[in-house]
Design a protein around this ligand. Structure first.
Ligand code: IVH
Length: 581
């Protein structure tokens, strides 16, 4: 290709990739498959390698750039990054409102936003190009974490100027978060590597942003929402709603779920609504931020040394509580991994009564030194399994000996084996706890989504010998269920209907539900799209599997091994004999 033509193609590819980045990361409505995206990306990488002088810092290929650093430089913010006055009592919210009514001499208009439980960052654009990003630090100066922030897909490397002119200098503030599913996946990976997991998504996001090696940050899918302009050389905006519109025009994702309000009653209602939704969101929030919508009115009321007077965080109850461990038991999951579980004196955490929390593995129990009878701090995030964060010291109290993992599987009695930091029951096919775990997984929301088939019922079906292996689930009759505790004619019929409906689920859901090692929701979807049928997937070798984006050698090996295992093959054959479609 001629140089001119190459330059043109590079330009075209960058535009196209940026558009897809925006659709995927910002608008959450991708138009092309990961595979098609990878093709474009690889072509751009190749052309830029051929013509290194055509490379530019805002090219999508330059997100992960730069070497590990020894320390982060100190950065002075374009404007102080204040924190918020906060309280969880409605009376404090009323006082905030009344102060504003008095100061402004009128009833103000507010914008309400969820208070995202992440890390505040400043991102600076000069002539539309991302030049600097930093943590909040002490509010005046933070740590320069530019290379790390560049790896976040939802942070534009260059602002879009088609819909609205871009200021020469623009400093924005946003909140970096890690979504719950990504938090869980990260913790699973850390645990598998024998490393301590993070206590909550916020700590995980903080730890990730403060990685000295941006390549590590890039492996963890951080996300970001923007909510404030800290400084700009020219900014004809007069309300928070207009700030959101401008941010979106430039290609940034504004605070989700925001809404206007004028009265305290509306604020209280929104607080209640978000609190009720809290467990269904895929990110952590810890309250509602109430802000004057009118930017000129904000200047009028000003700020104290630490807080603006125009904003208030109306907090939710905390998700961390202290309670006492009554007993530590070992619980066997669907993959055979034996997890130490703390059975605790029930405690209400953010509206849910919690009586069990995971201690992850034997190394974590040792590291935290949690024993029966100890006082512990327990934390819950979304519908993620609650975890014991730490032991609360009680000087002078007598404590029993440390917890020891059992030698035999508490479900089937098979001798347990140690694999790295994990203790595993090797009796995968016949261990009742593992069979019940597999049923529960197959029935779960992202798999066949069979309502009314949770942990307890899965265990019951296995205990009563009604289900010995997954295919048996689809042979259940009403007569099998009605005599069981907790069932009546109606609930039995409902469950059977759910199972029948589940049998018609899409391939991706079914694949995920099989619980193939390493195959999560996303990989299952990619595999289904690539192979189109279970038959084609079963025959794929490692090379064919690695054609699918996101499937590496380790995963390919595990998938091939799964289908090659004769007992898995038998299960699949039986499922396909008219039990699932
Ligand atoms: S506005 C001057 N809006 O909450 C206004 N903050 O102490 C400053 N936060 O440090 C913040 N979601 O990290 C604002 N929608 C939101 C927010 C938000 C989360 C964080 C921010 C701040 C802390 C409050």
């Amino acid at each position: 290709m001629k140089r001119r033509a190459v330059a043109q193609r590079i330009d075209e590819l960058r535009r196209e990739i940026r558009r897809h980045d925006r659709l995927y990361y910002v608008e959450d409505r991708p138009e092309i498959s990961d595979e098609a995206y990878d093709e474009l990306f690889k072509e751009l990488q190749r052309l830029e390698q051929e013509q290194p002088d055509l490379c530019s810092p805002d090219s999508p290929t330059q997100r992960v750039a730069g070497q590990p650093v020894a320390a982060f430089p100190t950065v002075v913010h374009a404007a102080p990054m204040l924190s918020l006055d906060s309280d969880k009592d409605e009376a404090a919210l009323r006082r905030f409102h009344e102060r504003l009514v008095k100061a402004l001499g009128r009833e103000p208009r507010y914008t309400l936003e969820p208070k995202l439980d992440g890390l505040s960052v400043e991102v600076v654009y000069e002539e539309g190009l991302l030049t600097r990003a930093s943590t909040r630090g002490d509010g005046l100066r933070g740590e320069g974490i530019t290379a790390n922030v560049r790896t976040i897909g939802a942070v534009p490397l260059g602002l879009e100027g088609e819909r609205r002119p871009v200021p020469g200098i623009l400093a924005v503030r946003g909140e970096v978060i890690l979504r719950l599913a990504d938090f869980e996946a990260l913790n699973e990976r850390l645990l598998a590597e024998g490393k301590p997991p993070f206590a909550n998504p916020r700590n995980a996001a903080a730890g990730t942003l403060r990685q000295l090696d941006p390549r590590i940050t890039a492996e963890r899918p951080l996300d970001v929402y923007f909510y404030d302009v800290l400084a700009a050389d020219h900014l004809p905006l007069s309300t928070q709603q207009e700030v959101f519109a401008a941010l979106a025009d430039w290609g940034m994702k504004p605070s989700p779920l925001a809404r206007p309000a004028t009265t305290v009653e509306e604020i209280v209602a929104f607080h209640g609504e978000l609190l009720a939704q809290r467990d269904t969101l895929d990110f952590e929030i810890d309250g509602v931020v109430v802000k004057l919508d009118d930017l000129a009115a904000r200047d009028e009321v000003g700020a104290t040394a630490r807080h603006p007077r125009w904003a208030f965080a109306f907090k939710f109850p905390p998700r961390k509580e202290v309670t006492r461990v009554e007993r530590i038991t070992a619980s066997v999951g669907r993959t055979g991994v034996v997890t130490p579980v703390a059975l605790m004196r029930p405690v209400e955490i953010g509206g849910v009564t919690v009586a069990r929390a995971t201690l992850h593995n034997r190394e974590e129990v040792e590291r935290k030194d949690v024993r029966e009878g100890d006082l512990v701090r327990v934390q819950r995030a979304g519908d993620v399994i609650p975890q014991v964060v730490e032991r609360v010291e009680e000087p002078g109290r007598e404590r029993p000996d440390p917890f020891r993992m059992p030698a035999a599987c508490p479900s089937c009695g098979t001798a347990l084996v140690e694999r790295g930091p994990f203790t595993v029951c090797p009796n995968g096919f016949d261990c009742p706890a593992q069979v019940a775990g597999r049923i529960q997984h197959l029935a779960s929301r992202d798999a066949l989504d069979i309502a009314g088939l949770g942990e307890e019922r899965a265990r019951l079906l296995v205990e009563r010998g009604l289900v010995r292996s997954l295919p048996d689930l689809f042979d259940l009759q009403e007569g099998d269920l009605v005599p069981l505790p907790g069932f009546a004619a109606r609930s039995a019929a409902n469950l059977l209907q759910g199972i029948r409906r589940g049998a018609d689920a899409e391939l991706a859901r079914f694949l995920y539900g099989l619980g193939i090692p390493e195959v999560g929701v996303k990989v299952a979807r990619d595999l289904a799209a690539h192979f189109g049928s279970l038959a084609a997937l079963r025959q794929a070798d490692e090379a064919a599997l690695m054609q699918v984006p996101g499937v590496g050698p380790r995963m390919a090996e595990q998938i091939v091994a799964f289908f090659a295992e004769p007992r898995n093959a038998a299960v699949l054959d039986r499922l396909l004999e008219g039990r699932v479609r």
